[in-house]
Design a protein around this ligand. Structure first.
Ligand SMILES: [Zn+2]
Length: 232
């Protein structure tokens, strides 16, 4: 109820400073300027390794994107899904090939019961509403929990994810010949998106593009101050 009196969208999603509520991005001008906006596909030079055909990130995954994603995952802040969903919609509009349908990378039900929602679903629904495109909720299902993969490399993740996703039986005929846009919050190694894309392609999807808020190439470069930057 407090949010009706103090709407959360008057604060920057990234730094928490007060912003003009008419700013639809949900970011203050300082954070919007510092945000590492991404227009390219960070996996472009090794796309043959993946079952998806394109990767469309809004930003390079780093400290700014991490703050926003942590808020979205841990605060239950649905208003953030609206602002981030708008960024995803605008990113997809830059693409030459609009999808037929949007779908979310699913969470396993054990994770869903803990968090109460799947942030990828919130983003996919929000982006679809902004774009006036169909969103097929529940198209894919995660059939087994895979635990934390944070420390696993791409190859290990792939074997952990094998046979972890499936098409919900009632949608089995829904993707044949379609261009499906798979939405996730963050793409790091691409293993999850790849596993989902394999399932969609096996069901006859003509094209699978992946739309996400943050993406990293997995390639890192050491900075002079001892930190590391993701490089595309
Ligand atoms: Zn800010």
């Amino acid at each position: 109820m407090l949010s009706a009196v103090f709407p959360e969208n008057i604060y920057c999603m990234c730094c928490g400073d007060a912003i003009d509520p008419s700013v639809r991005s949900g970011l203050c001008s300082r954070c919007a300027e510092k945000m590492p906006w991404a227009l390219g596909n960070p996996f472009h030079s090794y796309m043959e390794e993946f079952a998806f055909d394109d990767l469309l990130p809004c930003v390079r995954y780093g400290s700014y994107a991490r703050k926003i994603m942590n808020g979205l995952k841990n605060g239950g802040q649905n208003y953030m899904a609206q602002s981030v969903g708008l960024m995803l919609a605008e990113r997809l509009q830059l693409s030459w090939d609009m999808p037929d349908v949007l779908a979310a990378v699913p969470s396993h039900k054990s994770k869903l019961s803990k968090r109460g929602y799947n942030q990828a679903e919130l983003l996919a629904g929000s982006a679809a509403r902004h774009l006036k495109l169909p969103y097929q909720k529940g198209l894919l299902v995660k059939t087994r929990a895979t635990g934390s993969m944070r420390m696993a490399d791409g190859r290990t993740r792939r074997s952990m994810l094998e046979d972890s996703f499936a098409i919900t039986p009632r949608f089995e005929d829904a993707v044949a010949g379609k261009h499906v846009c798979l939405v996730d919050d963050v793409v790091t190694t691409g293993s999850t998106a790849d596993a989902c894309a394999r399932v969609l392609k096996a069901a006859g999807a003509a094209k699978v593009s992946v739309l996400c808020f943050g993406a990293s190439s997995g390639v890192r470069k050491s900075r002079a101050d001892g930190g590391e930057d993701e490089i595309f």
